[in-house]
Design a protein around this ligand. Structure first.
Ligand code: AMP
Length: 540
């Protein structure tokens, strides 16, 4: 067989050549804008040309700080297709982490939404490698900014060459994108995606036994484009000529419901918090959701009640999947086998609430204390995976050896696997809390609390939360001299300047001691149960 490289220019060129009339519907500050793939492809070439003119060379990193819209989509292709590396930056990280990852990735140029400019202005003095800032704005002129040198996205495009040719000698193993994920403690860890990984992952998304994204779909990625490339949907959608609906900044559940109805969205993707919000809206309003063939949900466990509300109450098929930044992300997906369709709805619901079975192209194992666990849905072990869209290391980071061993990625997720191969996440070994799809480091909060003069010990655990899935609660043991003299408020005031508001614990509980293992580590599982009991008592 021929050894043709799996590189990204073929994806956008296919849309350009075969689907020029298909549309990208983009919500921006100016309302809904519609572009054909012909226009998007042309603007993408122009952006690639502009970046070259600003000095971006092969292998250079170009960062984006942006919502889901057409300009971000253009960056998704212009950057890698010209040989540079698309670095999507999570806008919800603390300023300290944002400056850390820009410096660590060595971003040369930053593309920034105009409303997010203040985030970068705050850390501008710390940025060591950025040589140009491009502001993505709908206004004719640039906003007032201290960033320099600064360029207007649309003005750059006006002066750019629409006949720019993507290089035809890109290496399929060359980096195309990167994304940072939260570490249990300290700074985020970088994951680099290759052209080959992105192409093969996109192909996997198109399989009818996974998400089955196709030309016939109207896809709306609600999951942010700064979260594992919006789960790879924009890449696959462009390649397949799928109509894309980009919900833009600061959307509400009402707006999502309206977009689904008006644009006749067939598949949409996001974290459970988004879908809980949409469900509430559907309960209150009167919307036609009949176009939807799939609500794809991942990033955190989809509760059974939510799945059945979508399916039974609103007649909307629900698709539960699991993955992580390190895995591009799709690993397992809960699509039922033909003979499972005969089961009762309750039985099907049990399966749908599991994260699902392995997608073709990957390999997995579940490793317990005595090797691989039994496929009985009971024995627990850590999920390990490998395959062409699984990262093989963290970018220049000492964490690499812990997670990547013997050719496998150890996910840190504790799972069971049943006789049908359905994987269920039951716990995680990472000391992180996932609130509304975003990570909070319990260890960072603990370290901050333990630096307070009154605190002897502090442990932070996740408690289940109806809207955010998980929220942090801090358990604090005070030093004897401070017992009865230090109030919660004092600790909150102390934490406030150090963390983003949504990182602050929902409660601070004073305890006499924190349960520990035989080697003196916090016994988080037991502590979680203890905290749960205390909270239940409080509610009663
Ligand atoms: P991220 O890298 O931010 O996408 O987070 C990946 C992590 O989110 C995984 O390692 C899991 O701990 C968690 N996760 C992702 N999808 C699911 C799911 N469907 N159910 C439970 N946890 C999930």
């Amino acid at each position: 067989m021929m050894q043709t490289p799996l590189t990204m220019p073929q994806m956008i060129k296919r849309a350009e050549k075969f689907f020029p009339k298909k549309q990208v519907i983009s919500r921006t500050s100016k309302g809904i804008q519609r572009f054909t793939y012909k226009e998007i492809a042309l603007r993408t070439r122009k952006l690639a040309d502009s970046l070259q003119k600003l000095g971006v060379k092969r292998g250079d990193k170009v960062g984006t700080l942006a919502w889901n819209h057409h300009r971000h989509l253009e960056a998704y292709f212009a950057i890698p297709c010209s040989g540079a590396v698309l670095h999507t930056i999570n806008i919800r990280l603390s300023p300290h982490h944002i400056s850390f990852i820009i410096n660590h990735a060595e971003d040369k140029v930053l593309l920034i939404d105009s409303d997010l400019v203040p985030l970068i202005e705050k850390v501008q003095a710390e940025l060591k490698t950025v040589q140009a800032y491009i502001i993505m704005t709908d206004e004719k002129e640039l906003p007032e900014t201290t960033l320099s040198p600064v360029y207007h996205y649309e003005k750059l495009l006006l002066d750019a060459d629409a006949n720019y040719e993507y290089p035809d000698d890109l290496d399929e193993n060359a980096p195309a994108g990167m994304c940072y994920t939260s570490a249990t403690t300290g700074n985020p860890k970088g994951v680099v995606y290759s052209h080959r990984g992105i192409v093969l992952h996109s192909m996997a998304l198109g399989l009818s036994d996974t998400t089955g994204v196709s030309e016939k779909d109207i896809a709306m990625p609600v999951v942010p484009m700064f979260h594992v490339n919006a789960w790879g949907l924009p890449f696959a959608a462009v390649w397949f000529g799928t109509t894309l609906v980009m919900p833009g900044p600061y959307f509400t559940p009402k707006l999502l419901a309206e977009l689904i109805e008006q644009e006749k969205v067939t598949i949409t993707a996001g974290v459970p918090t988004i879908w809980l919000g949409l469900l509430k809206e559907l309960d209150e309003g009167n919307y036609d959701m009949s176009s939807l063939r799939a609500v794809l949900c991942g990033g955190a466990a989809a509760p059974k009640g939510m799945i059945s509300a979508f399916e039974q109450k609103h007649g909307i098929p629900f698709m539960h999947a699991y993955g992580m930044t390190e895995t591009s992300p799709i690993v397992v997906i809960s699509t039922l086998k033909s003979y499972q369709e005969e089961l009762s709805y309750e039985e099907k619901l049990d399966l749908k609430a599991k994260q699902g079975i392995l997608v073709p192209g990957l390999e997995m194992k579940v490793v317990g204390q005595n090797g691989e666990v039994k496929r009985d849905g009971k024995e627990m072990g850590e999920l390990a995976v490998r395959g062409p869209w699984i990262a093989s290391e963290y970018y220049k980071d000492e964490w690499t050896n812990e997670a990547f061993r013997d050719g496998w990625l150890y996910t840190g997720d504790v799972v069971t696997i049943d006789e049908e191969g359905f994987v269920k996440i039951v716990d995680r070994t990472k000391d992180l809390i996932k609130s509304g799809g975003e990570w909070i480091s319990s260890v960072d909060l603990e370290n901050a609390l333990m630096a307070h003069e009154a605190v002897f010990e502090a442990a932070v655990v996740a408690v289940p939360h109806e809207r955010w899935q998980e929220r942090p609660v801090a358990c604090v043991v005070l030093k004897d001299a401070f017992k009865g003299k230090t109030a919660k408020e004092e600790l909150y005031n102390y934490l406030q300047p150090q963390f983003a508001k949504w990182w602050l614990p929902d409660d601070i509980i004073f305890l006499e001691e924190i349960p520990k293992t035989s080697v003196g580590k916090f016994l988080k599982r037991e502590l979680r149960e203890q905290v749960q009991k205390i909270i239940c008592k409080k509610i009663k």
